[in-house]
Unconditional design. Structure first.
Length: 477
């Protein structure tokens, strides 16, 4: 392998791990090649906040020596990974995308990072995000993250760097955190695979909270197989997070062979055919539904009339939780926040208690509607986002009307937040491209602890469509 060998660098981590075991690729070659890509492309893309250059190379040397002796640590032996900078890493700066934490160096790894390292993976660096994973950041203190398909466009958030690094092959695999779509949205905008597991399926110990009642760490990868591989490593009960499930972790990779045949899939008409959905997105999603039908799935249009309200309900709950968490810093260090984050948190702090309670009741109704549908269908299908990635300039422009505010803050969130409000798993998988060559994401929503079915159907679609890995022509600064 040489650093120019893009076939290896864009390959999935599962394939790379096999090449390492076959001694056709070494961990040192892989880490070195990714570091070179970061040096070339990340000046423009700004996926990384911190690159762990020296420690990653040292760990790669160690992994190579172990491989020579046949001492394999796990299924990710020698695989370079990067994580959203919301997740603690021992001895490595962890900022949560904010200037407030510019000197925060944790003494211990988060549970998910510790599990990845135990499986043999090598930490390559920490990834950029919207401030405190809340979205709406106007000026990113560690650089404006950019979409690898078109750097003038938004990469999605809040796990922006995770989506960029996965899609642009700046590492093998990444982790993000999804509260209301923060894994799935960057996956959709960047053309990657993004999985939100069932709430409580993965430990959140060592992850800075956005909204504890919905936060969930999940993989961002180039293939569905890699998402299954990572989930198998990080899932499971953790005594450090008492809210994690004690359910047995199944073999997610083995479940991929089940495919979509025989599944009943409900197509959420409010999200597919709604007025907010871009025509190219609608057409591509309908084509994907027909593609799944050709693979043996039974497709049926269904109505979930409350889901268009999900964005507003989510914002009321998430933002009020976040405002409570940030109350002290807002009173003592307000000037260190980005103005977009500060405005969002201060506004949320003014939400009346009665409105929060109404939102909690509405969440229960939306959850019930989603779960009732999942009692009848194996999966639900929708676009991940109503539109392709917007231009950064338009996305951060001042709002001029209540309608524009509603579309930006509530409307688009109604596509990913139903799964978050219901606490169920959901995946975004590449589905196609617009005429302007921007990715479109297909979202599949599953039953609680039903990641195996979500992954199996997504893998079947990915294999049939041949859209899992396309290489963006990244502009170099």
């Amino acid at each position: 392998m040489t650093p120019a060998d893009d076939d290896v660098l864009f390959a999935g981590a599962a394939r790379q791990a096999a090449l390492i075991r076959e001694r056709r690729v070494s961990p040192v070659e892989l880490v070195t090649a990714y570091l070179e890509r970061i040096d070339i492309f990340d000046v423009r893309l700004r996926a990384f906040i911190t690159v762990c250059r020296e420690s990653a190379l040292a760990e790669a040397v160690r992994a190579e020596a172990e491989a020579t002796k046949g001492a394999w640590r796990g299924p990710l032996h020698g695989i370079p990974f990067a994580v959203k900078d919301q997740v603690d890493t021992a001895g490595v700066l962890t900022t949560s995308g904010s200037a407030l934490l510019r000197a925060n160096i944790p003494s211990a790894d988060s549970t998910v990072v510790a599990k990845l390292k135990a499986a043999g993976a090598i930490l390559l660096g920490k990834l950029n995000l919207t401030e405190f994973a809340l979205g709406g950041t106007i000026r990113f203190p560690y650089g404006q993250p950019r979409n690898p398909w078109n750097p003038d466009h938004d990469p999605g958030g809040s796990s922006s760097g995770s989506g960029i690094a996965a899609a642009a092959a700046l590492c093998s695999v990444t982790l993000g955190e999804d509260t209301g779509g923060s894994v799935r949205s960057p996956a959709s905008y960047c053309g990657a695979v993004g999985l939100r597991p069932t709430w409580g399926r993965v430990s959140r110990h060592g992850c800075f909270p956005a909204a504890w009642s919905m936060d969930q760490i999940g993989p961002l990868t180039r293939t569905v197989e890699d998402a299954a591989l990572l989930l198998g490593v990080i899932a499971g009960y953790d005594p450090k997070d008492p809210l994690t499930s004690r359910s047995t972790v199944p073999g997610y990779c083995a479940a991929l062979a089940n495919g979509a045949k025989g599944m009943r899939i409900g197509v959420i008409t409010e999200l597919v055919d709604g007025s907010d959905t871009h025509p190219e997105v609608r057409g591509t999603i309908r084509d994907a539904a027909r593609g799944l039908a050709s693979l043996g799935a039974a497709m049926e249009d269904i109505s979930l009339p409350l889901v268009p309200l999900s964005g507003a309900v989510f914002m009321a709950l998430c933002d009020s939780e976040a405002a409570g968490y940030h109350m002290r810093w807002l009173s003592e260090r307000a000037e260190e926040y980005d103005q977009g984050t500060r405005r969002r948190l201060v506004t949320a702090g003014l939400i009346p208690a009665a409105a929060v309670h109404r939102a909690a009741r509405a969440r229960a109704l939306i959850r019930s509607q989603v779960l009732d549908a999942l009692a009848e269908f194996d999966l639900l299908l929708a676009p991940t986002s109503p539109h392709p990635a917007p231009a950064i300039a338009s996305h951060t422009a001042p709002l001029t009307s209540k309608e524009q505010a509603g579309a930006r803050f509530f409307g688009r969130r109604s596509y990913t937040t139903p799964a978050s409000l219901a606490g169920v798993p959901a995946i975004s998988v590449p589905c196609g491209f617009t005429a302007g060559n921007l990715p479109i994401g297909l979202q599949l929503i599953g039953r609680p602890m039903g990641e195996s079915s979500v992954l199996a159907a997504a893998h079947a679609w990915e294999s049939a469509a041949g859209l899992s890995i396309r290489r963006p022509a990244i502009a170099v600064a």
